[in-house]
Design a protein around this ligand. Structure first.
Ligand SMILES: NC(=O)C1=CN([C@@H]2O[C@H](COP(=O)(O)OP(=O)(O)OC[C@H]3O[C@@H](n4cnc5c(N)ncnc54)[C@H](OP(=O)(O)O)[C@@H]3O)[C@@H](O)[C@H]2O)C=CC1
Ligand SMILES: O=C(CO)COP(=O)(O)O
Length: 336
């Protein structure tokens, strides 16, 4: 399967950076931007100054604010809008999706209310089987990739051929995609690490150092793997790019919006203050801490860090008090 014409729906940081990856790999790429001025800037000036200032976009990448124009003739369609808006956006685009186009999900979240992973939402709205959907995950901070810093990603699809098609379409000198068939593990890894990154940011905001970060990353990995295995994921996935890889990148980088958001909360800012400072960019963990907590509870899985982040973000709990409660939990074996 050789793909040439690819559409990216969403012109935020990762949508634009992934469009650049595809164009640099030789694909003809059209980006849909919600705001016409963003589409015009990408198309005419080859920049997206709001999301990726200073990055020149390839000439073969174009953009439009008209979804019908963006989708005409697409052989693959990359969905690059925030998780909680995917259902509404996709419902509007459903009738425009070319038959047979591979659907690719960049979003890292779990839907509030339905508790569905993004590929489940896509399958439901488009009435396509899940094996037609490829999930992109891994340590992929958009700005670094847009600057062509080397990185690897994982492309997960139960149909290996479709994952390989996207692998061929995106592989290049600075982007190395691996395939995987564990969609559940890759999606849960991507969603859960945002919540753990919030906790790491919060700890940093409270002045804590490397031991605390390593503890949160490791115990975060333990709780996401517990949930994943309960829901049918391969435990090995959490040792890979979509697990520990993405956790390390997101929990330690000042470029991460989730980590930065948590840092603000740790310094004493309210949720509203932190949201204003994030300037409209999405910190998925703020919503996903609630949906993942619900998912864990529904499946009898213990996720104390996720629960703690929900309480800080949505119940007004004090980060210091929540931290003390985590340390005071009943003592147990590392793997129980
Ligand atoms: N940024 C990154 O480094 C990475 C992000 N991801 C994931 O990719 C997904 C997309 O992220 P990213 O591109 O970074 O997001 P951004 O916040 O940077 O951009 C979101 C994009 O979606 C558009 N959009 C369309 N509908 C909505 C809506 N209802 N509400 C908000 N925005 C909307 C925005 O338009 P407008 O500009 O008009 O608001 C914007 O183009 C997320 O799930 C994220 O977790 C995954 C890997 C890396
Ligand atoms: O998913 C990401 C890196 O892999 C991006 O993380 P943030 O959304 O926290 O910036």
């Amino acid at each position: 399967m050789v793909l040439q014409r690819i559409t990216v729906l969403g012109a935020g940081s990762w949508g634009t950076a992934f469009a650049k990856v595809l164009a640099d790999a030789g694909r003809d790429v059209t980006v849909w931007a919600r705001r016409p001025e963003v589409a015009r800037e990408i198309r005419d000036e080859h920049v997206n100054s709001g999301y990726l200032p200073g990055v020149r976009l390839p000439d073969r990448l174009t953009a439009t604010a008209d979804p019908a124009e963006a989708l005409a003739g697409a052989e693959a369609v990359v969905l690059a809008v925030p998780s909680q808006s995917l259902r509404a956006n996709l419902t509007g685009w459903r009738g425009l999706l070319p038959a047979g186009a591979i659907l690719v999900s960049l979003a890292k979240g779990v839907e509030l209310g339905t508790l569905k992973r993004m590929s489940e939402v896509i399958a439901e709205i488009t009435e396509r089987p899940e094996h037609e959907i490829v999930v992109v995950s891994g340590p992929n901070l958009a700005r670094e990739i847009a600057q062509e810093q080397p990185a690897a990603a994982v492309l997960a699809c139960t149909d290996h051929e479709r994952a390989v098609a996207i692998q061929h379409a995106s592989a290049g000198p600075y982007f190395r995609p691996y395939t995987n068939t564990d969609v559940i593990g890759c999606e849960l890894g991507g969603a859960c690490k945002n919540v753990i990154a919030l906790s790491c940011g919060m700890a940093a905001g409270m002045g804590y150092g490397a031991n605390t970060m390593a503890t949160l990353i490791t115990r975060g990995l333990a709780e996401m793997a517990r949930l994943g295995v309960k829901l049918g994921a391969d435990p090995l996935t959490f040792a890979g790019l979509a697990g520990v890889g993405d956790l390390v990148a997101t929990c330690t980088s000042p470029l991460s919006r989730n980590r930065t958001f948590g840092e603000r909360l740790g310094r004493g800012e309210t949720l509203e203050q932190a949201q204003r400072a994030t300037g409209g960019q999405v910190a998925e963990g703020v919503m996903s801490c609630s949906s993942i907590r619900e998912l864990a509870r529904a499946n009898g899985v213990d996720m104390p860090l996720t629960d703690a982040m929900h309480r800080v973000c949505h119940e007004g709990a004090d980060p210091a008090k929540v931290g003390a409660e985590l340390l005071g939990r009943e003592r147990k074996h590392e793997w129980s």
